[in-house]
Design a protein around this ligand. Structure first.
Ligand SMILES: *Cc1c(COP(=O)(O)O)cnc(C)c1O
Length: 437
């Protein structure tokens, strides 16, 4: 009998439903599904083992070696080292690892750069702005006015000339680039110049592309004029869920740090830090190979979906330069229906607004957003992308019974059970949790 089955028998019944659901989740999402959610990834077993440390019970308010709490001597070492490792990966930057998510990183930076009543120029929502860039989200909570940059469908990107004029006339406190629906790099240099000319800062939200940036397959915004980079640490960067803020400007770093704590974080979820450090070192050694394969896989998936008969966005530009592929499934019933049909076949995706959708199409938008980063980490290559495109065709175009496709997906997935781009040690498999006595 396996561990879980034995545990379920000896535990009170109140727990069995919850533990059974957790167990089934693990098996389903880690072994039986093709996960194409563009904002997710998996940590290596080594990082997962490091995540399960006693640090998950502790507090360490303040900065390393200058704390408001006792008992932090080893936490200080880890936090200091992981900040430096992340800084090195970004070509030299000061990094605050305390934000517990990308949204919290944005909140702290936005607050440090703008007061209530100020203005921010951000990407348009339909073209991929994150909810934290909007009046419904973090900007709204901070009472900063949201002004959207114009988008150009031909280049599938910010309309640079119009955006520059907008920045000149609005004179915002800051401008945001980076997005959640993100195929091609935003024009950092041009927008940075326009922002700086009116005394505004440029915030680059790299939540989706951090892993590609440190793997050198996406330009580093700090090299092109961005004043500060905010990010999640769990999308293309395959670490624990969390956030970071990076900048090369020492005084800005201090100003932002004074907002992170005490305004947005008290306990910064310390168990993230050893796992983030493991992932950072993995990215140092394997990041380029990983990012390279991610970008190749995205392109292969886009091309394969197009040849299976799907309408893939960005065709005139080679479909994608990121980990994402975007398809328009309006004629196949819309994003809501398509995403649910794919889930029946154990293919996990999310519906997404497309730049030409009306904003109120949110319940049934035209698009599906696909990301290949997690499946790349599980070892998939270009040929596997072509198999995935065939499953898409069977479910959405040929309307084969999703349960039949599911059987094939489960079988296909059996070849991908090991996380790649990491060191050859697996403390979980060996049953040795190195950090818990
Ligand atoms: C995911 C995302 C974030 C932050 O998300 P968290 O879940 O809070 O880490 C911020 N910006 C963009 C563009 C994102 O896609």
């Amino acid at each position: 009998m396996d561990f879980w089955s034995a545990a379920l028998q000896s535990l009170p019944p109140e727990l069995s439903e919850i533990l059974e659901a957790t167990r089934r989740h693990n098996r389903w999402r880690r072994r039986e599904t093709i996960n194409l959610i563009a904002s997710e990834n998996v940590m290596s077993p080594l990082a997962e083992a490091a995540y399960l440390s006693d640090m998950l019970h502790r507090y360490a308010e303040g900065k390393p070696f200058k704390r408001y709490y006792q008992g932090t001597r080893y936490i200080d070492i880890v936090e200091d080292r992981v900040s430096k490792l992340m800084g090195e990966l970004l070509g030299g930057a000061l990094v605050d690892v305390r934000p517990i998510s990308g949204t919290i990183a944005n909140a702290a930076v936005f607050r440090a750069l703008a007061r209530c009543g100020d203005k921010a120029v951000v990407p348009p929502v339909q073209a991929g702005a994150h909810v934290s860039h909007t009046k419904f989200g973090t900007l709204g909570a901070l009472c900063i006015e949201q002004i959207e940059m114009p988008f150009d469908m031909d280049s599938f990107n910010i309309d640079v000339d119009k955006a520059v004029k907008l920045i000149e006339s609005v004179k915002p406190s800051f401008v945001v680039l980076g997005a959640s629906l993100y195929l091609f790099p935003h024009p950092v240099k041009e927008i940075a110049e326009a922002a700086h000319a009116v005394g505004a800062k440029l915030v680059y939200d790299g939540a989706h592309v951090l892993g590609l940036i440190v793997g050198k397959r996406w330009r580093n915004p700090l090299d092109h004029g961005a004043d500060v980079l905010t990010s999640s640490t769990h999308k293309t960067f395959p670490g624990p869920q969390g956030g970071i803020i990076a900048t090369r400007d020492e005084s800005l770093f201090k100003d932002i740090g004074r907002v992170v704590f005490p305004q947005f974080v008290s306990n910064h979820h310390l168990h993230r830090l050893p796992a983030l450090a493991v992932t950072a070192v993995e990215m140092k050694y394997f990041g380029e190979a990983y990012a390279d394969q991610v970008v190749r896989n995205a392109k292969a998936l886009a091309e394969a979906l197009a040849s299976e008969g799907f309408k893939v966005l960005g065709e005139q530009l080679g479909y994608t330069k990121s980990h994402q592929v975007v398809i328009d499934v309006r004629e196949l019933g819309g994003g809501d229906k398509a995403a649910k049909m794919l889930e029946e076949a154990n293919i996990i995706v999310n519906k997404n607004l497309l730049p030409y959708d009306p904003p109120d199409a949110i319940k049934n938008p035209s698009g599906l957003r696909l990301g290949v980063q997690e499946m790349t980490r599980w070892g998939m290559k270009e040929d596997d992308m072509r198999e995935i495109a065939k499953f898409f065709r069977q479910v959405l175009i040929e309307k084969v019974d999703p349960a039949k496709v599911r059987e094939k997906v489960v079988e296909f997935r059996k070849s991908f059970v090991k996380v790649h781009y990491t060191f050859d040690v697996n403390p979980l498999e060996d049953g040795k949790l190195i950090l818990l006595e």
